[in-house]
Every structure is written in structure tokens, then in C-alpha cells.
Design a protein around this ligand. Structure first.
Ligand code: SAM
Ligand code: SF4
Length: 456
């Protein structure tokens, strides 16, 4: 399909204009309808994006919390990013890694160095990694990524590696598939062509269409688990959120699979950035609205929140619809061993360690999960979505969350985290109705206490 039809700018603008005219009753009806968690249309999402009334916004947030609880329970999946290289030939104005930033300390890790980083992440207690790198054909080519992925799977107890990298040809996606990545993540940054052009003046990334069609090439190569998102703050958020939903709908129509995850990166200050200020600043209230609209429109798509956001806000967003968070993150290659500020991509905001984060997650009544079972049991793409829509996913997720959290507590947690975590696990066990599942989970907990690992 012509890429102008995949992301139809005129249609987006039209829907947003029509959305402004909706009356309060109509808006409330849409919010009510979303409680059936069947998702919403683009027209309906456009109407919700226009909400300004505080009471109506509260209703929207309530419904987001309701859907989150019904579909994901109180589980929060936790991961850490691993930057393998900050070398990049692109010139994205907002990014510290851009080629024009001559001050940046550049570094590309060897597979051994990547393993050292993965081990440092593992020793914090993580099981999931998101591998990230700049785009430099000589340094971060496909072999750099696949060697890094294979080395980590082989030498560290990391059970799922997702990748966020530049778009590539089908042959390279096949290589990524062959080394067993989880989700392939790629953000369009902004779907607004004119803004995209300004933000990406030179380099391969200047090609909007090649980026937009990356997921289709990934599918062709057999990768059916993908994540998308817009970098919030580059252009009008209403446009970019609706465009992200349009992209998602296009993929769903084409392959019967929507995105596994949507990320909500909000623009952060970066050393050496080419932007003096955020072009379209987004306040916290608007940010919450964005997450809620995603939650109502795509109830079965995971929402990822990174440490770009401040601690106080992250805590609130957990209940609003977010299903995955990163914790204890570094955004420079080698950062888990040595924190070099002059090698970072952007400034993180939430600096809490994983151990601290686990306490906060428990205190707020959420269950941390390090589960990677679906991916390892081949429950990905369409198979995952069908299971999720049937609500059967709970039968796997709840015990697996408990067991993987237990493993973390036994091996890595501080005394305080252990205390809070054990209480949380006790409460969660009470919620398992199926007698057999409960007995089996208790047996496995015992085995983990005796030193066994990776039971799912
Ligand atoms: N280089 C590849 C690319 O651009 O697709 C892969 C990873 S890039 C390091 C990861 C993401 O970081 C980008 O897609 C962008 O959305 C985000 N990012 C870049 N600069 C940022 C900033 N200043 N604040 C927040 N997020 C930023
Ligand atoms: Fe390079 Fe990605 Fe940063 Fe752009 S966002 S400069 S492609 S690392």
C-alpha cells in the first residue's frame, strides 16, 4: 500500500476536527463502551483525545484503571535497556547520539563487553533486556546485534532479549529472528511527515517510508512480535497518538496482529541535542490522557513506560494502564559498569535501583513480574493475542509472575524488599482459585527456595 494511505494525514486531521465537536454525552458513552474491553475505533479515540473537562478526564482515567486491572491484573513486567553502541551516522536533532554531537564519548561494545553489561543487569535481578544501539553501518550492522544477542543468551541468565534498532532489510530481520529475539521495537518518532523531515535532516533515518514499513519486512522474515510508538513532544501529541493507532490498525488489518507493545517515550533533555527546547511540550495531565486513550483503544496491547519519566509520575501511571516498566536503567554503552554522563543518549529521570523500584511496586499493590514464558513457549503474535483476548492468559501469567518474583527475592533482593515481596506473594497466592494450580505453584515456590531456577 502507498505509505500515504497507511498514515493518512488528512484523515487524522479530519478525525481530530470532528472529535472536537462531540458533546459530553457522546464522550461519556464512548468511555462507558470501552469497559467491555473490545477496543475503540479511530473516530472514538480522536474524540477522547480532545477531552479537556476535568471530570470527564477522571472518568477516562477510572476506565483505564478498570481495563488494566481486568486484563493484566496487578502485574507489572520489568526490564532493563542495554545499550551496545552509541555510534550513529544519523542526525536526529533530539538525540545525544547524533553524528553532529562531537562531544559525545563514542563506544561500541564487543560481544564480551555486552555480556559483562548483561551480567551486571542480571545481578540487579533482571531477566529481560531491551538491546538498543545507534545506526552506523560500519559499527552497528546486523552482525553486531546478532553476535551481542547470542553472546548474552549463551553466557548470562537473561531469558528474553527485545531489540530496538534501525529499520533493516528482510534478510537482516531473518538473522534477528534466527537468534531468537523477543519483540522488535521501532518508533516512528513522529508520523507527521513535515516534522519528520525537519527532525531527521541527514542520514538513513531521513527516509520516513523505509522506517514506516520496517514492521512489514519484519513480518516477512517471521518476526510477529513488534512494538511501536511516537517520541512525544516533537509534534502535536493528538496527531501522533492517532497516527500510532492508525499504524496499529493497518498492521492488524494486514496480519491479524496488532502491536505487542506501544511505548510512550516523552522527549528528554540530551547533551549535544540540536533542539533548544521541546517543540510541543506535553504536561503530565496530557501524558496521563495519552496512556489512558491507548489503554481504552487497544486493551490487549502492552504499554511500556521508561525511566524517562519522573518517579512520582511513574508511580501514578502504573495503575493507569502501563504494563511494563524499565528500572535501574543506564543509557550509555557500558553504563552498568561505568556511568559516563557524556556518553548518554538522554537524561533519565527516575534514578531508583531495581531493588528500590520493587518495593515501590509492591507498596502500591502491584506484583512485579520477570516472566518470559509466553515468548519461550512460542505464544507470540496472533497466538498471544488470541489467548489474551480469551482471558486465558491469566492462568499462565499470575503463577509465572509469582514464581519469577520469588526467584528474584531469593537471589537478589535486599532484606526490606524480601519482606515486602513475601507479603505480596502471600496475598497473590490467595487469589489463585484453581486448587491444582495453587498446589503446583506452592510446590514450585518450595523448589525455588531450595535453589532451583526458571520454573514455569
Ligand atoms: N537508533 C535507533 C533508532 O533511532 O531507531 C534505535 C534506538 S534509539 C537509541 C531509541 C529511541 O530513543 C529512539 O527511537 C527515540 O524515540 C528515543 N530517543 C532519542 N532521543 C531521545 C530523547 N532526547 N528523549 C527521549 N527519547 C529519545
Ligand atoms: Fe541515532 Fe537513533 Fe539517536 Fe537517531 S535516535 S541519532 S538514529 S541513536
Amino acid at each position: 500500500m502507498n505509505t500515504h494511505e497507511i498514515i493518512n494525514e488528512e484523515k487524522i486531521e479530519h478525525l481530530l476536527e470532528v472529535g472536537k465537536k462531540a458533546g459530553k454525552e457522546e464522550v461519556l458513552d464512548i468511555i462507558e463502551k470501552a469497559r467491555d474491553y473490545d477496543g475503540l475505533t479511530l473516530e472514538e479515540a480522536a474524540i477522547l483525545l480532545q477531552i479537556e473537562d476535568k471530570d470527564v478526564l477522571e472518568k477516562l482515567f477510572d476506565t483505564a484503571r478498570f481495563i488494566k486491572e481486568e486484563i493484566y491484573g496487578n502485574r507489572i513486567v520489568i526490564f532493563a535497556p542495554l545499550y551496545t553502541s552509541n555510534e550513529c551516522t544519523n542526525n536526529c536533532l533530539y538525540c545525544g547520539f547524533r553524528v553532529a554531537n562531537k562531544e559525545l564519548h563514542r563506544r561500541t561494545l564487543s560481544p564480551d563487553e555486552v555480556v559483562q553489561e548483561a551480567k551486571a543487569i542480571e545481578h540487579q535481578g533482571h531477566k529481560r533486556i531491551l538491546m538498543v544501539c545507534g545506526e552506523d553501518p560500519k559499527k552497528t550492522h546486523i552482525n553486531h546485534i546478532t553476535d551481542a544477542v547470542s553472546a548474552v543468551y549463551k553466557n548470562a541468565d537473561i531469558r528474553r532479549i527485545n531489540v530496538n534498532a534501525a529499520p533493516m532489510p528482510v534478510e537482516d530481520f531473518k538473522k534477528l529472528k534466527a537468534v531468537g529475539i523477543g519483540t522488535f521495537q521501532i518508533f516512528q518518532e513522529t508520523y507527521h511527515r513535515e516534522t519528520y523531515k525537519k527532525m531527521h535532516p541527514t542520514g538513513f533515518k531521513a527516509d520516513y517510508d523505509y522506517r514506516l514499513t520496517a514492521i512489514e519486512r519484519a513480518f516477512e522474515a517471521g518476526i510477529d512480535d513488534f512494538g511501536i510508538g511516537a517520541l512525544l513532544g516533537l509534534y502535536d501529541y493528538k496527531f501522533d497518538v492517532l497516527a500510532t493507532l492508525m499504524h496499529s490498525q493497518y498492521m492488524d488489518d494486514l496480519y491479524n496482529v496488532g502491536p505487542h507493545t506501544i511505548s510512550v517515550p516523552r522527549l528528554r533533555p540530551a547533551l549535544g541535542s540540536g533542539l533548544e527546547e521541546t517543540p510541543y511540550p506535553i504536561n503530565d495531565e496530557e501524558f496521563k490522557k495519552i496512556i489512558a486513550v491507548y489503554r481504552l483503544t487497544l486493551p490487549y496491547t502492552g504499554i511500556i513506560l521508561s525511566t524517562r519519566e519522573a518517579a512520582y509520575l511513574r508511580d501514578e501511571l502504573l495503575s493507569l494502564g502501563v504494563s511494563q516498566i524499565s528500572a535501574g536503567s543506564r543509557t550509555n554503552p557500558g553504563g552498568y559498569e561505568e556511568d559516563d554522563r557524556e556518553a548518554t543518549q538522554f537524561e533519565t529521570s527516575d534514578e531508583r535501583s531495581l531493588d528500590e523500584m520493587l518495593q515501590v511496586v509492591c507498596e502500591q499493590g502491584h506484583l512485579p513480574s520477570f516472566c518470559t514464558a509466553c515468548y519461550r513457549a512460542n505464544r507470540t503474535g496472533e497466538a498471544f493475542m488470541e489467548l489474551a483476548k480469551d482471558a486465558h492468559i491469566h492462568e499462565f501469567c499470575q503463577p509465572n509472575a509469582i514464581l519469577t518474583f520469588k526467584e528474584n527475592l531469593v537471589q537478589f533482593a535486599s532484606d526490606q524488599t524480601k519482606e515486602k515481596g513475601e507479603k505480596m506473594i502471600e496475598k497473590e497466592l490467595e487469589k489463585i482459585d484453581d486448587k491444582k494450580v495453587k498446589e503446583e505453584t506452592l510446590k514450585r515456590i518450595k523448589r525455588i527456595e531450595e535453589g532451583e531456577k526458571d520454573l514455569y
